[in-house]
Ligand binder design. Structure first.
Ligand SMILES: [Zn+2]
Length: 325
């Protein structure tokens, strides 16, 4: 059900061109290796190693360097216009035209925020290698977290959450037609022919990844938008970082670790469908359709929730017995 693209691939780049472009721009700007490392969020030792030509850069460092090089990278013959530091939620069969337009949208959003983003880049850039591997959260932890979020929002135990009304400080939410300066063709495709191929996109607006623009696809049903949007919100609230590079269509985008995808989806479902309410409804013999209608979710999401809560047997009234033979 969670369709965030997850295929990890190794990006390749002409290393000699990269090293030259890196050295040239760094020297032109009078930046020490250490200073640049802090600015772009790559560790000093990694950056020094890359500039020495000692082995291929990892995807994460490469993307950050290319992001920083910008036009200088292109001038040096590094062709990477298809790379973006964004999180897509897209269908597996997403076409390259749709990814191209999504990247264009992300690019426009980044540009619009650039002036207030610039100074943050320096203060927020951290050493991304210090994060360690992603550890999945346990179910009790996630049940507690979703309940805490609901109670912090002032919701009663079984109250329906208006998910699309949720706002997080530092996160601006758009639908395609709200993005200023989006080309007509781009808007038309993302809300027309390509509308089925993507559901949301999160664009970090600084390297610290605490300022975001989230674009959600309002062509989809409200039920679907609610869970998609909440999942994006949970990624941000959990401080997930876009560390993996994935090929989506013919473009490269950033994604989260797959354990983080599972956590964010579970939390989104748990926030929309509170534990106690689902348990009682199942025990009362309510159907997934009825429960979904009540909470504004699809029956599929209710069934996912019922299964993960271990209530499937009760829900289906599967009869069991011990044979006397
Ligand atoms: Zn996700």
């Amino acid at each position: 059900m969670s369709t965030c693209a997850n295929r990890t691939i190794k990006m390749s780049v002409d290393n000699v061109k990269l090293i030259n472009a890196l050295k040239n721009k760094r020297n032109a700007e009078g930046l020490s290796l250490r200073k640049l490392a802090t600015q772009i969020g790559v560790s000093f030792s990694t950056l020094a190693r890359i500039e020495r030509g000692d082995g291929e850069p990892d995807n994460n460092s490469l993307l950050r360097i290319l992001d920083w090089l910008g036009i200088h990278g292109e001038q040096a013959g590094l062709k990477f216009e298809n790379v973006a530091l964004v999180h897509f939620r897209a269908a597996k069969n997403v076409t390259s035209l749709t990814t191209k337009f999504l990247l264009e949208t992300a690019h426009i959003l980044k540009k619009q925020y650039f002036s207030d983003v610039e100074c943050d880049q320096i203060s927020n850039a951290g050493d991304n290698e210090a994060q360690g591997p992603a550890l999945a959260l346990s179910k009790p932890e996630m049940e507690e977290m979703s309940q805490k979020l609901r109670s912090d929002l002032g919701l009663k135990k079984k109250e329906v959450l208006n998910a699309l009304g949720l706002r997080i400080r530092g996160v601006d939410v758009f639908v395609p037609r709200d993005v200023d300066d989006l080309g007509k063709g781009c808007l038309k495709h993302l809300t027309g022919k390509g509308a089925d191929e993507w559901s949301a996109m999160s664009v970090p607006l600084n390297l610290g990844e605490d300022k975001w623009a989230v674009v959600r696809n309002d062509c989809h049903s409200l039920e679907r938008q609610r869970v998609t949007y909440l999942e994006e919100c949970w990624h941000i609230l959990l401080g997930h970082k876009l560390t993996k590079v994935a090929k989506i269509g013919n473009a490269y985008g950033r994604t989260y670790e797959s354990s983080e995808e599972h956590d964010a989806f579970y939390l989104a479902a748990a926030t929309l469908l509170p534990e106690q309410a689902v348990r009682e409804a199942v025990e009362d013999g309510k159907s997934a359709e009825e429960i979904g209608q009540n909470f504004g979710t699809s029956p599929d999401l209710v069934e996912y929730r019922i299964k993960r809560m271990g209530l499937w047997r009760v829900y289906k009234s599967i009869s069991i017995e011990i044979s006397e033979s």
